[in-house]
Design a protein around this ligand. Structure first.
Ligand code: SAM
Length: 246
């Protein structure tokens, strides 16, 4: 497993110069980020955490979309956080977006933000960049407040795109230490069972990207009726089988 320190210096090396033109270029190929923000459906006055927040682009858009919420961002790269801080200051949102340096796989927010859990936690195009990505998802799910929602957007498996395109994309992404995670749906499915949550998994743009939600509000709604939880778990299983078959 890569240590926190070496992951941080690798990310700093990658983004030291790129951070200056990151937002201009990434808007063309980090697709589905606005879909995730629209589907956050953050309740009034709720708290939202982004793990691997990069330049703060998503936090700023989300803060505009949900004006009564407080936002928190964590990134392992101090270089990216510099740009995030500048962008958030320019957008005059410093009072609602709080940043900290940390590793998504182990981040404990209490020390930095004074809060243990969040109503919404999301990861946008960072699962494909974190070698122990399952740990980042597990930690994200652990940081969810009761009835909260974990959302993920990332590169998909390009299943409905031409083979040559897929080959080129995977090769090109690997130059930036990015790898689409073929087992993402399975790992999220296991987490949904652990957290009694409903999993929605959606390929976007012919599989170029994928979007997933772990909705734990189902647990809160059904906790009074354990037999409903069994039905929910059977529903998740059925959905996964249908997707695998299709
Ligand atoms: C492709 S960028 C995505 C940034 C942002 N989420 C977005 O959608 O524009 C990936 C980000 O993940 C961060 N990152 C990589 N490994 C990380 C880790 N272990 N913990 C926290 N952040 C990490 C990188 O520093 C980088 O800012």
């Amino acid at each position: 497993m890569t240590s926190d320190k070496s992951s941080a210096s690798l990310m700093d090396k990658i983004y030291k110069n790129q951070r200056h033109f990151y937002d201009l270029t990434r808007k063309h190929y980090l697709l589905g980020r606005d879909h995730l923000i629209r589907h956050l459906s953050a309740p009034k006055g709720s708290t939202v955490l982004e793990l691997g927040c990069g330049t703060g682009r998503n936090l700023i858009e989300a803060a505009k979309a949900y004006p009564s919420c407080q936002f928190f961002g964590v990134d392992i790269s101090s270089q990216m956080l510099k740009t995030a801080e500048e962008n958030i200051h320019k957008a005059e949102l410093s009072h609602r977006i709080h940043l900290a340096q940390g590793d998504a796989t182990s981040f404990d927010p209490f020390e930095k933000f004074g809060i243990d859990t969040f109503d919404r936690v999301f990861l946008s195009y960072c699962v494909s960049m974190i070698p122990p990505w399952e740990e980042a998802l597990r930690n994200g799910a652990k940081l969810l407040a009761k009835g909260g929602q974990l959302s993920v957007v990332d590169f998909g498996q390009q299943e409905r795109l031409p083979g040559l395109f897929r080959w080129f994309l995977i090769k090109w992404l690997s130059k930036f230490h990015v790898a689409p995670r073929a087992k993402l749906q399975d790992v999220l499915f296991d987490l949904s069972k652990e957290h009694n949550a409903k999993l929605r998994f959606l390929p976007l743009y012919r599989g170029y990207a994928c979007y997933a939600e772990l909705d734990a509000s189902f647990y809160t709604r059904f906790m009074e009726k354990p037999e409903q939880l069994e039905l929910l778990s059977a529903g998740n299983e059925g959905e996964r089988e249908i997707r695998k078959a299709g």
